[in-house]
Design a protein around this ligand. Sequence first.
Ligand code: SAM
Ligand code: SF4
Length: 448
Amino acid sequence: MKINLIMKTFFVETWGCQMNQHDTELIEGQLRQHGLAPAQEANQADLVVLNTCSVRDKPVQKIISRIGALAKSNPSTIIGVCGCVAEQEAGALLDRSRTVGFVIGPGQTARIRDAVQAVSQGERPVFTGFDAEAEYNYHTIFRKSTTRGMVTVIEGCNEFCTFCIVPYTRGREVSRPVEHVLTEVRALAAEGVKEVELLGQTINAYRCPETGADLAVLLEKVALIEGLLRIRFITSHPRHFNQPLIDVLAHHPNIFRYLHLPIQSGSNSMLTKMHRKYTREEYLDLVNRIRAAAPEINLSTDIIVGFPGETDDDFEQTMDILETVRFGQVFAFGFSPRPKTPAARYTPIIDNEIISERLQRLFALTSRISRELNETLVGSTVQVLIDGVSRLNDDHWQGRGEDNRVANFPKLGREEIGDVVSVEIGRAGPHSLVGEIVGGATRLPVVE
Ligand code: SAM
Ligand code: SF4
């Protein structure tokens, strides 16, 4: 079948982190401005964009098989590969299928219209690499949510943890000027968005290129913008979490009572091999200082299990730190060797069976702790921002409390998405709370 070079409709599939979800908003906005219309499903679209993640090998394999499946089921459809796999594999992706029309790395997302134009003229462009002067135009972002808006404050990462591919696929750190971020956030507040999520792979390494201001300064300015109910920021690196940032968090109740603070391992020898540049003692001291300043903060973390050389004792130290800190949520992954990274060559490699056993023990522990923490909320009333309809029951809403905990509760019919409701918690599981609305909904005014 002939490939259709004139694209009128598109569909985007997204893998990976919040940065990728936000890049999808940028991709979608540009395609709409270029005159393409969104299709309901991939098999109805002239162009399918795969916005990919390469942080572990499994998602990369899924994307490679997705290209094969799409090329087989929709042989006339153009596939565009964006995101970290595009940066990693570059031109080699064109050999996967003749229907792959373009490849665009995360540093070149703003060029998707050029790519579509080139494809319609019979070319197969590959745009990778990073350009510090790249234009950032938030007017091209298509935001799906009317309650929550994501805003990039820093791109890339300079940390070079020995296991991680991100500095290679997303390039070096580039911070946006404070005033640019504030202009975008004010525009969102004026549109009625109640929750803003500031994004960066290492967000607290932020430095304003014009004034040198750090994240504490930026966050405080954002917190003072009228009309914003909640401000999140993700992801914080423990070594950049300074005292001014803790103080800002403590003094501004509209900054989310939730922090994602990846520790990766509880063993100092693993942390050194990972090049994380903090010790377990320094991490624990940081947690103590955060909790002393804001005791209600809900903490979550990332753990890598089976990093090369991880002994039983190293793993027990990770279990121990999980017992000590008691995180509300833990994202744990088996180590996956990544191209170009030093740890891909480290030995001894840990057996997959041992990794699975350790992960199972870890999940049993973290799910018990999350349940216990959630159970302490039974009987209390939580302020929940309604995000949408519950995935399990059309008659229920789903939303998040001020500490990011998910709550499900029956609709009463008077409230709508974007309202804040008081929910009395009746039951708790490891992943969510269940309750009922008490009192009325608060519809927050839009600030002009
Ligand atoms: N910037 C964040 C930080 O400082 O931790 C993390 C970003 S990374 C995209 C998300 C998580 O993926 C990491 O925290 C780590 O736990 C996990 N990860 C990264 N590389 C990995 C690898 N090679 N194998 C397994 N998990 C990995
Ligand atoms: Fe990867 Fe480390 Fe950078 Fe996080 S801080 S993105 S884990 S290199």
